[in-house]
Design a protein around this ligand. Structure first.
Ligand SMILES: *Cc1c(COP(=O)(O)O)cnc(C)c1O
Length: 393
């Protein structure tokens, strides 16, 4: 097999060896049920609570404000559905954005069917929500604002602290899907006035199937799964002890040196962006030029089908992601790319590369060379490009 270059770290990441190491004992000797009162149970309980403290420390929260979930999607669902239910008598209006992850968007759409009113704020050409728009959208019956910390497709980092301040002044609960931001951007829930925050381990070199929801003390959280008394009676089911331990270890590693790590990723990202835009005509960057996730580059190539590009990149050993949801079985162009003003065909011709700590400048050069070749080949087969060139003459 040719050497693989993985640049799809926004989709998922490789579990760090230290994380695997920390988890392993909890599959073997440490298999006790944290709810049991004998030695094996107590040691599992200690591991779960130590991990909870690590998650809390990473975002400036108190351990009592952290609830473990089965994924980032579950944390988003729980935050929004719980608040909607708990505050239904106060109001039924929710403010979110048009570029949220589907875990937020589809949840809001579901609540609309149940009689809630949802404002989907537009974004600017960079994918940024305007704090003024948030402020203007707040009504007497607004119960919640849910705006993502950083976008998973185009990497744009939202003005979270400003939105947090506005939400606090208005007395509205502020939830943020910080799945892409944790470990990449410093986060302090108190400084930023965040009331609820979703995260998931597999986006920062932890295991899949384990996430967490932060809920500020004093905010009512309704139970998500009924049954046993786990997670302070809010989420029944015996804890995923190895997963929780892995999440704790991964978040500690990911937040240890954010500045050093992001410097390295920004160097790779910016070199890649510059080289691609220089080497490939009719290409442009999506998302904000600087206020973007350190490892994220999203570039549109005119006259290109993203799927064809992805398959040819794969044959060259490169794993990246396209600007349509085709991977999930639908041919719809990305709602995020449409929201920043791209036409359907431009959205289809977009490529997301999300660099990680294992990538090098050699990888960047190899990807750029491959792209140059692939884009030229695909354009040579494109009737649209042919027509465009004729019209140019
Ligand atoms: C990946 C992702 C999720 C979903 O997390 P899962 O743990 O895979 O359910 C939610 N929001 C954003 C922004 C993401 O990137």
């Amino acid at each position: 097999m040719t050497k693989r270059i993985y640049v799809d770290n926004a989709a998922t990441t490789k579990v760090a060896p230290e994380v695997v190491e920390a988890m392993l004992p909890y599959f073997t000797e440490g298999y006790g049920n944290p709810s049991s009162i004998y030695t094996e149970g107590r040691s599992a309980r200690c591991a779960v609570e130590a991990a909870r403290a690590k998650v809390a420390a990473a975002i400036g929260a108190d351990p009592k404000e952290i609830y473990f979930t089965g994924s980032g999607s579950e944390a988003d669902n729980w935050a929004i559905r719980s608040t909607a239910r708990a505050l239904a008598s106060k109001g039924k209006h929710i403010i979110t954005s048009s570029v949220e992850h589907h875990a937020v968007l589809h949840t809001c759409q579901d609540l609309e069917k149940q009689g809630y009113r949802v404002t989907y704020l537009p974004v600017d050409e960079y994918g940024m929500v305007s704090p003024e728009d948030v402020k203007a959208a707040i009504c007497d019956d607004t119960i919640m604002i849910s705006i993502m910390f950083a976008n998973n497709e185009i990497g744009t980092i939202m003005p979270i602290a400003e939105i947090g301040r506005i939400a606090k002044e208005a007395g509205v609960i502020f939830h943020t899907d910080a799945v892409q931001a944790v470990g990449m951007v410093p986060i302090d829930v108190n400084e930023m006035n965040i009331d609820m925050l979703s995260l998931t381990a597999h986006k920062f070199h932890g295991p899949k199937g384990i996430g967490a929801l932060y809920v500020r003390r004093g905010i009512k959280l309704t139970s998500f799964i009924t049954g046993g008394a786990q997670e302070r009676m809010r989420r029944a089911g015996t804890e995923n002890v190895p997963g929780i331990v892995g999440l704790g270890e991964a978040i500690e590693l990911a937040t240890a040196d954010i500045e050093g790590k992001s410097k390295k990723l920004i160097a790779l990202r910016d070199a890649y962006i510059k080289k691609v835009l220089d080497a490939v005509p009719y290409s442009h960057l999506n998302g904000h030029p600087t206020k973007r996730l350190p490892g994220n580059a999203n570039i549109s190539f005119e006259f290109i089908e993203g799927e064809g590009m992805l398959l040819r990149l794969d044959m060259k050993g490169i794993a990246a992601s396209s600007g349509s949801a085709c991977t999930s079985g639908s041919l719809d162009p990305s709602h995020v790319l449409l929201a920043i003003g791209l036409k359907h065909e431009q959205a289809h011709g977009s490529l997301r590369t999300t660099f990680g700590e294992e990538n090098t400048m050699e990888d960047v050069d190899y990807i750029v060379d491959s792209l140059k070749e692939i884009v030229a080949l695909l354009r040579s087969m494109s009737p649209l490009y042919e027509e465009f060139q004729k019209n140019q003459k």
